[in-house]
Design a protein around this ligand. Structure first.
Ligand SMILES: Cc1cc2nc3c(=O)[nH]c(=O)nc-3n(C[C@H](O)[C@H](O)[C@H](O)COP(=O)(O)OP(=O)(O)OC[C@H]3O[C@@H](n4cnc5c(N)ncnc54)[C@H](O)[C@@H]3O)c2cc1C
Length: 459
């Protein structure tokens, strides 16, 4: 029996970008009680690609634009409000060889009558010889997440790529770097006209045409890249402290390889203009099946199509077990609560979670409990994903450990002293000693195990 009371799920949606959440909203409102596997680290993060951007100016309904993570929070809240159940983990296996289909997540196998694949696409890497050495030490795939780190401030930076993401990142990085170099493989930008014009008109950006990045060099931190002229083959060094990749994405179809038809680039093939894949009851939505448009709104639109098609198919085959809403109109979602910066007036020595340098100093010096310090930046989507996970760990530990959030833009000095090289970074302290550093989004159990080891809970 599943959590919804169904022996076999009606519909499992894999992926929590605009496609997945929109499919969930439609399926939940159709009383299908969908189960949505959000993903965690494999092929992106919960909320998808829009979690790694700042302002989304073209999603209808938001005339002043909306921050990507905020938009995704709203979609999630809408899906949950109507009865979508979430599994906050990666799907690790998908077996479409027979019905009901089988999806594995968190070590459990879930059976489903219908499946919507909305796993989106992942950022590509260049695969430079020294890439691993300088990864998070100057090389990053997310300018929006890492741009504010101290090492990049007033430094020369480079972005590689010629599309919308590359242009957006180059413009964004001019906020932090002294100058930004845009490395373009060809002799024109593939970005939209408006975006390309913004780059070309910006005196803080130099475009290097017909150049490929051959390698990176430096000591503990990136110091230069070698550029190769795509025509003559001649090489030159460019002294920079940050190299940001914006070279496109690869569709996340690994789990269904050999089971569904894909095109030459690995995108799922569907019936023209429709969400049906090559297997009955399996639908594709969003970037995973869209090599051409790849936008939030097109992903959302195809998520809607996939849910409606799945609903019709389930009904036609008499496979759907509907679960009605009680009450019919669920409670409104309301505004999310934000943590206020702690100071002498509101600091609480026993609070599980506080914010800012004041709380950090007090807890570091006065508390003998393990202390998780999470370094974030305002527009960092992965930080947004990680914070509730950390709060959940602290809740589960019932006050045995505490947490402090440091916004590296507001508390630059603290970030510099802590050696933060990107966000999110989490440092675990105990009795004034740094015990462990975690970079990027990690599973809850990793933080919990490290804290439990410090407080003597047997594994
Ligand atoms: C920097 C940047 C800026 C952008 N700006 C805009 C913009 O301004 N406007 C716009 O319309 N579009 C924009 N886009 C494009 C937009 O983000 C994508 O088109 C859209 O997010 C695609 O939605 P999706 O739901 O198909 O997939 P994604 O958003 O890629 O989401 C895929 C989801 O699948 C999950 N997943 C992957 N593998 C697994 C697995 N094994 N198990 C479970 N889950 C898994 C991931 O965790 C993720 O939640 C931007 C993209 C980028 C990268």
């Amino acid at each position: 029996m599943t959590a919804s009371g169904l022996a076999v799920e009606n519909l499992v949606i894999v992926g929590s970008g605009p496609a997945g959440y929109t499919a969930a909203i439609y399926a939940a409102r159709a009383n299908l009680s969908p189960l949505l596997i959000t993903g965690f680290q494999d092929g992106g993060i919960p909320g998808g690609q829009l979690m790694t951007t700042t302002h989304v100016e073209n999603f209808p309904g938001f005339p002043d634009g909306i921050l990507g993570p905020e938009l995704m929070d709203q979609m999630k809240a809408q899906a949950v409000r109507w009865g979508t159940r979430l599994v906050e983990a990666d799907a690790t296996a998908i077996d479409l060889s027979q019905r009901p289909y089988r999806i594995t997540a968190e070590g459990q196998t879930i059976e489903a009558q219908a499946v919507i694949l909305a796993t989106g696409a992942s950022a590509n890497r260049l695969g430079l010889p020294s890439e691993e050495q300088f990864w998070s030490r100057g090389i990053s795939a997310c300018a929006i997440c890492d741009g504010a780190t101290p090492q990049f401030r007033q430094a020369e930076l480079a972005v590689v790529g010629g599309g919308d993401s590359a242009c957006e990142e180059a413009v964004y990085l001019t906020k932090y770097g002294s100058h930004v170099h845009l490395i373009v493989r060809g002799d024109k930008l593939r970005a939209s006209g408006a975006m390309a014009d913004r780059v070309l008109a910006n005196p803080a950006i130099t475009v290097h045409w017909n150049r490929q990045v051959a390698d990176a060099s430096g000591g503990d931190w990136l110091e230069a890249i070698t550029l190769r002229d795509a025509q003559s083959g001649a090489t030159e060094e460019l002294a920079i402290k940050g190299l940001f990749y914006a070279i496109g994405h690869t569709p996340n179809t690994r789990l269904v390889k050999g089971q569904l038809e894909v095109d030459g680039h690995g995108y799922l093939v569907t019936q023209p203009g429709r969400p049906e894949t090559s297997r009955e009851g399996v639908y594709a939505a969003g970037d995973v099946a869209d090599a051409e448009w790849r936008q939030g709104i097109t992903a959302a639109g195809s998520g809607c199509q996939a849910a409606l098609a799945a609903e019709r198919w389930l009904t036609h085959h008499n496979l759907a077990v509907t679960v009605s809403h009680e009450p019919v109109d669920p409670a409104e979602v309301g505004e999310p609560t934000r943590t206020a910066e702690s100071d002498a007036s509101n600091y609480d020595p026993n609070a599980l979670w506080q914010k800012g340098g004041f709380a950090l100093r007090k807890l570091y010096h006065d508390s003998n409990k393990p202390l998780l310090v999470v370094y974030t930046s305002p527009s960092c989507g992965p930080c947004h994903v990680l914070k509730p996970q950390l709060k959940r760990v602290l809740d589960e530990l019932g006050g045995a450990a505490q947490g402090v959030e440091i916004d590296i833009e507001a508390d630059q000095e603290i970030a510099e002293q802590a050696g933060v090289t990107g966000t999110p970074t989490v440092q675990l302290f105990h009795n004034k000693e740094l015990k462990q550093t975690f970079r990027g989004v990690k599973q809850r159990r990793e933080f919990k195990a490290s804290i439990e080891a410090l407080i003597g809970v047997p594994a």
